[in-house]
Design a binder for this molecule. Structure first.
Ligand code: F6R
Length: 614
């Protein structure tokens, strides 16, 4: 949801900024821009509609010199994607250039006021209102830029991560954040700024994560100072990030999405590393051990999440209820935060978020905290806002997910939820030792089984071809497979733009069955488990209406092979672990259909990886 990069130091800023924007392009890619201060104190701003590569080609032969600069890749909120609305935005005098990730909610009132004071706007963005407001405050109050920024940020309502260059102070970047992420990279006599650590790790592994309403003043001569909106200086420990560059490259795969699908066996190993001890048949999540009293005393779990993470939450509900015999509610964070939910100090809220920056999930956490609930986070991005806003939690440790459609984060989330349910179930003694040991052993074997599933890639590719022309898809599953059906449908619609719906298989006859005809592909998760016979009946109902059935079955299943049009055979596992197996062919199916349709699978239209606005 917009990516921000900044640099100040001895090197030329432009190559660092462009490379950084490319790393952050997953956050938004409808337009991009850069502001550079050259040695003659000229503040050049270049912007282009489209991707970072479009920006690069649009500024060939322009002056891109300068050792201080800021850059932005946009995901439009206010105003269509076009050059005028791209960031950076100049102030009226063109003395200031500002980039912004977030939303200024009261921009309309502020804009009207500024217009009455003679300010003219070049764009329809909320961001231009902010830079004009800062300039207006600075000029009318005759104060320095930092004070003007502090006053302006106390006036605006909404979310922001911003960085500003000032022609009159060519050796300084001012940056600030509230509810949108911002990381400062600390190098040798140089500083970096970015929405996350990925553009920074190439140069330094030392970072500072700014907190809400903090402002970083980064000066070439005096270094870094962090203050709050009331100008009180804030001390921040420098943290070390352990990302490596290889994790940020495609490693020979045509798309990040395919690489990330194939990464899953090793990612799930990483997720379990140090947590599952196969010899000892034991699972240890340190957060659970550290907070066992609070977690075991919970009367109820509420899981809040959005999108794919919400699908993982549904699987978590099944696991936690089954292993821990505790009621679990699963909520869309966006609904929960505005619903006046009943919450108390007896509740444990589990917040799931790959990015750790999703605005709705963050707001749901804040609400739950204010009511005294204990918050457990399940995040991928280390040091992210959600990871820091929770009382405790477990990282999924699957490495950076760059493809916009979530794949390995989903299986990582499900793996952590499984380990959470196992650990709590054993502590609560609600899970028999036999089932505990059987599940731990089987969970440890999942990465190997995932490898076998990925060997089916060519088969899934072939199988997907006739479906490139489909207009609709239905995905069905029951029990643990129902959330997988939802996730399979979401993957397909996100990247191929084919309309797809997921349903609990038995719900089909309560309405969706009306859609079934010879043109309707129906993906059915029909593995050999407690629901097998029921799902087989559902398949018969579809075939009786000429629907095209693509069935995910357990290896060796001849019964469904005789009924379904196409079968994908998968290794047998425990029913509660099946989502870790069945989600992979559905990711591959969506991927191949989208590639066949010529779609940009890593950057699907209208989407962004990290949804930091409502
Ligand atoms: C789908 C997808 C989204 C995210 C959702 C929540 O492929 O990626 O549905 O799952 O935007 O994001 P996080 O998990 O970062 O909170």
């Amino acid at each position: 949801m917009c990516g921000i990069v900044g640099y100040i130091g001895p090197q030329q800023a432009y190559p660092i900024l462009i490379k950084g924007l490319k790393r952050l392009e997953y956050r938004g890619y409808d337009s991009a821009g850069v502001a550079l201060m050259n040695d003659n104190q000229i503040l050049n701003v270049y912007k282009a509609k489209g991707k970072v590569s479009d920006l690069e080609s649009s500024i060939e032969k322009k002056d891109i010199s300068g050792t201080i600069g800021i850059a932005h890749t946009r995901w439009a909120t206010h105003g269509e994607p076009c050059q005028a609305n791209a960031h950076p935005h100049y102030s009226s005098s063109e003395n200031l250039a500002l980039i912004h990730n977030g939303i200024i909610e009261n921009y309309a009132v502020l804009k009207e006021k500024l217009q009455k004071n003679g300010y003219v706007f070049q764009s329809t963005t909320d961001t231009e209102v902010l830079v004009q407001l800062i300039e207006y405050i600075r000029v009318s109050h005759e104060i320095d830029l930092l004070s003007a920024v502090q006053l302006a940020l106390r006036t605006v309502v909404g979310a922001y991560a911003i960085a500003i260059l000032d022609r009159n102070n060519p050796d300084e970047i001012i940056a600030a954040r509230k509810s949108s992420p911002l990381v400062v990279g600390v190098g040798d006599n140089e500083f970096f700024l970015a929405s996350d650590a990925t553009p920074i790790v190439e140069y330094t592994n030392k970072v500072i994560y700014l907190d809400d309403e903090e402002i970083a003043v980064i000066n070439r001569n005096t270094g870094l100072k962090i203050v709050n909106l009331k100008n009180v200086e804030v001390d921040h420990a420098i943290q070390t990030v352990s990302l490596n560059l290889g994790q940020l490259e495609k490693n020979g795969f045509p798309h990040f999405m395919l690489k990330e699908i194939f990464d899953q066996p090793s990612c799930i190993m990483d997720c379990m590393r140090g947590r599952i001890n196969v010899e000892a048949n034991n699972v240890v999540l340190s957060a659970v051990i550290d907070h066992s009293e609070r977690l075991l005393a919970a009367k109820r779990f509420i899981i809040v999440a959005c999108g794919t993470s919400w699908h993982a939450a549904l699987i978590g509900k099944n696991l936690l209820e089954s292993f821990c015999r505790i009621p679990v509610e699963v909520e869309y964070a966006s609904e929960f935060r505005y619903r006046d939910p009943i919450l108390s100090a007896d509740d444990v809220v589990i917040a799931i978020s790959q990015s750790g920056e999703t605005a709705d999930t963050l707001a749901a956490i804040e609400l739950a905290r204010s009511k005294g609930a204990f918050i457990y986070g399940i995040c991928n991005v280390v040091g992210s806002s959600i990871a820091r806003a929770t009382h405790t939690g477990s990282y999924i440790h699957v490495g950076p997910e760059i493809g916009v459609a979530s794949t390995k984060a989903f299986t990582g989330q499900v793996t952590v939820l499984t380990m959470l349910a196992l650990t709590l179930g054993r502590l609560k003694k609600t899970l028999s030792e036999e089932r505990y040991l059987e599940t731990v052993k089987e969970l440890a074997s999942i990465p190997e089984k995932m490898k076998h599933v990925l060997e089916l890639n060519e088969k899934v590719k072939e199988l997907s071809k006739p479906f490139t022309y489909a207009h609709n898809f239905i995905y069905l599953g029951r029990g643990y497979s129902y959330p997988v059906a939802l996730e399979g449908a979401l993957k397909l619609k996100e990247i191929s733009y084919i309309h797809a719906e997921g349903y609990p298989a038995a719900e089909m006859k309560h309405g969706p069955i009306a859609l079934i005809d010879a043109e309707m592909p129906v993906v059915v998760i029909a593995t050999k488990n407690g629901m097998y016979e029921k799902v087989l009946s559902n398949i018969q109902e579809i075939k009786a209406r000429q629907g095209k059935v693509i069935a995910l079955v357990t290896e060796g299943d001849e019964i469904i092979a005789n009924v379904a049009d196409l079968c994908i055979e998968l290794p047998k596992t425990l029913e509660c672990l099946e989502p870790l197996i069945t989600s992979l062919p559905l990711q591959l199916l969506a991927y191949h259909i989208a590639v066949c349709k010529g779609k940009n699978v890593d950057q699907p239209r209208n989407l962004a990886k990290s949804v930091t606005v409502e």
